[in-house]
Ligand binder design. Structure first.
Ligand code: ACM
Length: 532
């Protein structure tokens, strides 16, 4: 089968057959065939035991718009959709699938449930975009073009980071965001939960983190000149909210990676528990943006406090990684603190960078004991990277090279291509206020996570890539959507599609129907302009 599939790969790249099949991200192999499958009121969905929940997910997606019952049944029936796990498809990997649409049936086969789920996502994208409606509209023929699609992802980490600390995003939006990631076969939701401006996750042992730390008294509109709304801002997720979001993500084969920032970006926590800081004066939850000097102190009691926090976090998030931030930690307060200086001496450390490294090392050892892996931003390299730690690279390729050449895994998250808080056009006057920068759609699409300097062995340490939505200047979900789409579709293709299957002109053609899908899902998509 694989050989046949390879043989038609070249045909697909030709202009004639690609038109009706517009899947994002681009599958590995697509063979368009004659005819179409028509879903009707008699159609059913059959699934092997392990795939019942994926089949139910498909039914729940198809039922509202079609109005068809689409019962999930054990044995395949004529004219139906079937989902099958097949041991023989090991070569497709745990996330690969084969989708065959013929006039009489749809078959999704995979080696593992995640693959079947991604087969479902591709199938949904073969139907008219009205399939994403929540209730039937005027008569639509629910046709999917016949095809044989064989697919598997390029990278294991296909992520999106959402900062819910600068602006709190309600649970309903987070759930919608997860749906949109799943639609584009993304599998990692990096949830940036704590910041100078807000602490957003309930910690039972330290209730003031949210009672105090989740609320700030004003809300910055622009940094320069500094303007404010004059209104308080805040919010947080209870542990039950977190469980709900994590379970919702899991049902969509998305792993949630929580980020608890330390030792910098900690002002909200210090406002709640002043003993965590370095200065005597009480602090307020931050209202200004930028890098704050108020960072955690290095006392044993603070290390224990943060490990207690991580213990609760670990209980809530079943995934392998815990993100401890580690970025932008000014050292001025440690330099001025007799206690921090004494600690440095006692530990035999040369400078504050090594002190930071020691701090991160305490968390790394703790997480390791709990069976979790630490991941942190580029700066955790300064002063030496803990053995098992992985790096999220945002500060340039040097850090990535340093990490992979010493055997550490990396996730590429560079400002140059993946910071979607940046403007997406040079005509910034016609755009909502953003932090600056310039990452147009074609630039995001052009990103290549494997660096030319990497050897094949080093390249294996690139787990994948993700886009970042820092929300200083995104006040609500609608604005997040505007910044995330369609650039998020471009990055999904960077993360999923084979390098040789990426082609911007072809992506642009497939983007039109994808934008229709997103609009049907009530996503505030920014329509790209030629002047971008
Ligand atoms: C970052 O942008 N401070 C990771």
């Amino acid at each position: 089968m694989l050989i046949t599939a390879l043989a038609f790969a070249s045909v697909v790249n030709g202009p004639t057959l690609s038109a009706p099949i517009s899947i994002i991200p681009q599958p590995l192999k697509v063979e368009a065939r004659e005819g179409s499958f028509v879903l009707n009121a008699q159609s059913s969905i059959s699934a092997s035991k392990e795939l019942i929940s994926v089949a139910e997910h498909l039914r729940n997606q198809l039922r509202p718009a079609t109005g068809f019952a689409l019962p999930v049944v054990a044995r395949s029936r004529a004219g139906g959709i079937s989902l099958v796990l097949e041991k023989g498809l090991k070569q497709l990997g745990p996330e690969g699938y084969r989708l065959e649409v013929s006039p009489s049936s749809v078959k999704i086969r995979a080696f593992a449930p995640a693959g079947a789920f991604y087969g479902v996502q591709s199938l949904l994208q073969l139907f008219p975009s009205g399939i994403f409606r929540k209730a039937p509209i005027a008569d639509v023929s629910w046709e999917a073009p016949c095809a044989l699609i064989e697919d598997q992802p390029r990278f294991a980490w296909r992520g999106a980071m959402l900062d819910v600390a600068r602006h709190f995003m309600p649970k309903e939006f987070v759930l919608k965001f997860l749906d949109l990631l799943a639609l584009q076969k993304m599998n990692t939701f990096h949830w940036h939960l704590t910041e100078d401006q807000g602490w957003r996750i309930e910690i039972k042992k330290y209730p003031k983190l949210t009672q105090v730390g989740a609320w700030r008294k004003d809300d910055m509109l622009t940094y320069n000149p500094p303007t404010y709304t004059g209104k308080p801002h805040g919010g947080f997720y209870t542990q039950d909210d977190v469980r709900e979001i994590v379970a919702y993500a899991k049902a969509r084969f998305i792993t949630v990676v929580p980020e608890i920032e330390m030792p910098g970006h900690a002002q909200a926590a210090i406002a709640a528990y002043p003993e965590l800081g370095n200065v005597a004066e009480p602090l307020e939850v931050g209202i200004k943006y930028g890098v704050m000097e108020n960072v955690f102190n290095v006392e044993d009691s603070t290390i224990s406090f943060l490990q207690d926090v991580l213990s609760e976090v670990i209980e809530l998030f079943p995934g392998p990684f815990i993100h401890i931030g580690g970025d932008e930690c000014p050292k001025v307060q440690w330099k001025n603190s007799p206690k921090a200086q004494a600690k440095m001496k006692a530990l035999g450390l040369k400078n504050e960078e090594e002190l930071q490294s020691w701090f991160i090392g305490q968390m790394d050892k703790f997480l390791d004991k709990k069976g979790k892996r630490l991941i942190g931003w580029s700066e955790i390299l300064e002063g030496g990277l803990a053995d098992g730690a992985a790096l999220m690279v945002w500060l340039g390729d040097e850090g990535a090279m340093h990490a992979v050449s010493s055997g550490h895994d990396v996730v590429m998250a560079q400002t140059s291509h993946t910071y979607f808080d940046y403007y997406q056009t040079r005509e910034t006057k016609s755009e909502p206020h953003a932090i600056g920068g310039y990452v147009p759609l074609n630039k995001a699409y052009s990103y290549e996570p494997i660096l030319p300097a990497m050897t094949a062995e080093q390249a294996k340490h690139v787990m994948g890539v993700q886009f970042q939505l820092w929300t200083e200047y995104m006040r609500d979900g609608k604005h997040v959507e505007y910044m995330a789409f369609p650039r998020g579709a471009a990055l999904a293709e960077v993360a999923w599609s084979a390098k040789e299957r990426r082609d911007y002109a072809d992506f642009s053609k497939r983007l039109a129907p994808h934008i229709e899908r997103l609009r049907t899902l009530d996503v505030n998509v920014r329509i790209p302009r030629s002047s971008d």
